[in-house]
Design a protein. Structure first.
Length: 296
């Protein structure tokens, strides 16, 4: 059995970076334990104007506090915080995170997750500069899907509280799963044509409302997750820094791709921390197809 700690050591990951990954990974158990008592909505909204679930604020406060105490992190940018929070000036790594993606699904016991990216330096960098990206998925198992720039590996948290390697060198196949956000009545013609082509070819719709859970299916079985530009939201819905960059980095490391429909989002330098972007992420062939439609 290869543990997460052994994997990081064998991959030659720098000690401080390994410590940050392991520290955040260890928060999966307390986060999951907090689900039962944090199922309501808070009397607050996040920086994007969305009402926060109690678990959003709990997970954000918990992880931020743990990172602040560690002395390992220079800065943290969270989907649930208005601004970048700076900690240790002597530390070089910065963390971006969506503390709890899909939190509205907790009350109906569907899969949710935590998305994390780690940079060497400041937060507002293109996604291709990530030193590590991972997500913890809270489903029937608690899993951690990780890339430190050497492919993608999936770990499961066992009964002893240890992450053990389940699959290494994960590759996204050219499957036919698809999930798309946005109302169909608000889709733009290019996106509507893209989805129509997938459906005509026998594509299977998988869309739960949890970005990280839907992407995990695409990672395993192939296909595409999309949240396109729409008539009401031309910039899409998902945040470039907290959601799109870490997941896009993982997709690219697994032989897939990520795009805003025109070009890779991993090359975009964020202008602001809560910047939104359209996203298509998954099998390389699927991403090439939507870009071909836009460039036609």
């Amino acid at each position: 059995m290869t543990t997460l700690q052994e994997y990081l050591k064998n991959s030659g990951v720098y000690e401080d970076l390994s410590k940050i990954i392991l520290l955040i990974a260890d928060q999966a158990a307390p986060i999951r334990a907090a689900f039962i008592s944090n199922q309501s909505y808070a009397d607050s909204t996040n920086a994007s104007g969305e009402q926060q679930a109690a678990m959003d604020t709990w997970a954000d406060t918990h992880i931020t506090r743990v990172l602040a105490k560690s002395g390992l992190v220079h800065a943290v940018a969270s989907e649930e915080q208005d601004d970048i929070t700076t900690f240790s000036s002597s530390s070089k790594y910065s963390v971006v995170m969506d503390p709890l993606d899909g939190s509205s699904l907790i009350s109906v016991n569907l899969c949710v997750g935590t998305i994390v990216g780690i940079y060497d330096g400041d937060v507002l960098q293109p996604g291709k500069n990530l030193k590590a990206a991972f997500y913890m998925l809270y489903g029937p198992m608690t899993t951690l899907t990780l890339s430190v720039g050497r492919g993608v590996a999936i770990f499961a948290l066992n009964s002893d509280g240890v992450y053990q390697l389940m699959q290494d060198n994960v590759q996204i196949p050219e499957g036919n799963l698809y999930g798309s956000g946005g109302l169909r009545t608000e889709w733009l013609p290019e996106h509507a044509a893209f989805i129509a082509d997938i459906e005509a070819a026998g594509g299977k719709n998988r869309y739960s409302g949890s970005f990280v859970a839907d992407f995990h299916q695409v990672l395993k079985y192939g296909g595409v997750y999309a949240y396109p530009p729409t008539t009401k939201s031309p910039d899409g819905k998902l945040r470039l820094v907290f959601e799109v960059n870490p997941i896009g980095f993982l997709a690219s490391q697994a032989g897939g791709a990520v795009s805003n429909g025109v070009s890779s989002t991993l090359a975009v330098v964020p202008a602001r921390v809560h910047q939104r972007t359209p996203i298509y992420v998954g099998s390389r062939g699927m991403i090439a197809a939507i870009e071909k439609i836009h460039h036609a």
